[in-house]
Design a protein around this ligand. Structure first.
Ligand code: C5P
Length: 405
């Protein structure tokens, strides 16, 4: 219920993506928001107000000449109640109207009438690729952002018209997550954050390998929390089955050496490095190119192992090292082992947890260990913990560069 207590005005304008707008309304309600839909006359050509009313449990507003409102000021009432206005889909025409500050129909009127300092405006464009690429649309999109709106997308891909290119509306779940992010405090605004997550996989032969028990959930939650806090986030992920969080740039790798080679050149241009990956400590020295056959009676093969590079220690030792945060998944003496890791790897912070009780789960509990002391984050879901961790880092471990405004 990430949007519990939030009142959202959801505006639909006239495009095929109105069907996704209806799905979005449902997702926002499922996330706990109260949703007041406003539809333009064109939007009503694509889906009916009845559908949106059924999904949100509220009559849809369609006109500024609404005499059922006691004060007859629908635009003031709607915009004063809202915590944010989200227009999805936003047509080229609607973006042009916003850019001009037009007020001759309800939705654009209430975008202009909203108290901008406490009611954000988020706009998800949806249109044909030529319409999006047109200089007038680009100019209008720029203007709308300069005037304080947040543009979500558009995405690239196949379009209802049969063409392929930029202009597709983002998917409803992406827009929902962008809206959730909008409400988070921007404690890492302008910072660049590099994160490793998941296990690594070290090949024995083309069909077998050695890996670690890590789902990547904690690292992905931290990537999401850092992006929500306004950071530019690069996530280097081992083999996991998780969707990329909203606003995060992802690089997929398999082995520890691939992770090392992806991370090291990126580290100097980042302010903060958070190593959540469960990197395999050893790899097979000489993996076989062909499948090692099982031969009855010959016993198991003996595999010579060699040590993998320590990615976190290598980053912490760089002359241009970012602030470094390590993880410690332990089974016993958690705090002692974590404090030893803090010193040995020369880190600013170690996040310790009890490995076996969290692997693959959605909950965890953490100890944040630094030179000043220990802070306990009690049991919670991983996204909640990730947001607390991000807030703790922002407060206690200022990054190398000052935040940009
Ligand atoms: O030394 P240990 O593996 O216990 O340290 C755990 C921390 O170091 C984690 O933050 C992990 O991501 C990082 N690490 C690494 N490269 C390795 C081993 C661990 O970055 N080869």
């Amino acid at each position: 219920m990430e949007l519990a207590g939030k009142h959202i005005v959801l505006g639909l304008t006239g495009g095929v993506a109105c069907y996704k707008g209806a799905e979005l309304a449902r997702e926002l309600v499922k996330a706990g928001a109260t949703v007041q839909v406003v539809m333009t006359a064109s939007a009503q050509q694509f889906v009916t107000p009845l559908l949106l009313q059924s999904l949100t449990g509220r009559p849809v507003a369609t006109t500024q000449w609404d005499t059922t409102q006691p004060n007859a000021m629908a635009h003031i009432n709607l915009s004063r109640e809202a915590d944010a206005i989200l227009v999805a889909p936003a047509t080229a025409d609607f973006i042009a109207r916003l850019a001009q500050g037009r007020c001759d129909e309800l939705l654009s009127l209430l975008c202009v009438a909203r108290p901008a300092e406490r009611c954000g405006l988020l706009v998800a464009p949806a249109m044909n690729r030529e319409m999006w690429a047109h200089p007038a649309t680009q100019r209008n999109a720029q203007q709308v952002q300069q005037d304080g709106a947040v543009l979500l997308g558009p995405a690239s891909g196949s379009q209802a018209c049969g063409e392929i290119g930029d202009g597709r509306m983002l998917e409803p779940l992406e827009i929902r997550d962008a809206l959730i992010a909008h409400f988070q405090p921007k404690v890492l605004k302008g910072r660049r954050v590099l994160i490793t997550a998941g296990p690594t996989f070290e090949a024995i032969d083309p069909v077998r390998g050695i890996t670690n028990r890590s789902s990547g959930k904690m690292g992905f939650a931290i990537a999401r929390a850092a992006a929500e806090a306004g950071a530019q986030v690069t996530l280097v992920a081992g083999p996991v089955h998780l969707p990329t969080p909203w606003g995060v740039t992802r690089l997929d790798v398999e082995s520890a050496r691939q992770m090392h080679d992806a991370v090291l050149p990126l580290a100097p241009s980042h302010d903060l490095f958070i190593a959540t990956a469960a990197v395999a400590d050893w790899r097979v020295q000489a993996p076989s190119d062909a499948k090692i056959k099982k031969v009855a009676g010959q016993g198991a093969p003996v595999l010579a192992m060699t040590e993998n590079p320590d990615i976190l220690a290598a980053v912490a030792a760089l002359p241009q090292a970012p602030t470094c945060v390590g993880f410690a998944a332990e089974t016993h003496d958690i705090e002692r082992h974590a404090r030893e890791k803090l010193q040995r790897k020369r880190l600013q912070l170690v996040v310790a947890n009890h490995g076996p009780s969290t692997f693959g789960r959605d909950e965890n509990e953490l100890l944040l260990i630094d030179a000043k002391g220990t802070t306990a984050l009690p049991a919670a879901d991983k996204l909640t913990l990730a947001r607390h961790l991000v807030a703790h880092i922002a407060q206690h471990h200022p990054c190398r560069t000052p935040p940009s405004n």
